[in-house]
Design a protein around this ligand. Sequence first.
Ligand code: AR6
Length: 178
Amino acid sequence: MRKEISGVIIECLKGNIADQPDIMAVVNAANAHLQPGGGVAGAIHRAAGPGLEEECRQLAPIEPGQAVMTRGHNLPNPYVIHCLGPVYGVDKPEEKLLADCYRNSLMLAEQHEIDSIAFPAISTGFFRYPLEKATRVALKTVLEMAPQLKKVKKIRFVLFNDSDLEVYEAELTHLAGS
Ligand code: AR6
């Protein structure tokens, strides 16, 4: 699914965040120490190679809601933006911290003149944020920021399975109209 909001293309598709070759910056659902880990972080670090872990070491630790940027190393993307999402039920207020991840990533992208960015569903795996609630926060935050974006022209949400994609598509239709 694809929509255009204030000149920004917002799209949702099923796929692997580590395999988005037409995108300038992919977002990592990181841990505080910016170490490989599992899920999205594992896939990104495996594809990027050890140079990414080395670059990350100088930037860690990060706080929930924070975003930092590195090069993409062996990924097909020039940049990776690493975000620490809230652990659901632990890091509070979780809705604000999750929104901060999306806001801070888009602000970093703007500062570095990045025109396209791909997000996974931050916090909805190991960090247990319920997918429907996290989807609403992600899409509302991005739609609110769209009119202010000058450099970012494409925002892609990469979902890992069909049911997660359906939740994103339903929420995007609800928020942006069909
Ligand atoms: N591409 C796209 N989405 C994926 C991929 C992938 N390759 N792999 C998993 N997902 P998670 P979190 C989905 O756990 O909840 C790590 O160990 C997954 O189904 O990667 O923010 C870190 O080191 C889920 O919907 O991120 C941290 O310790 C979503 O991406 C911790 O987990 C996020 O799942 C971060 O947990």
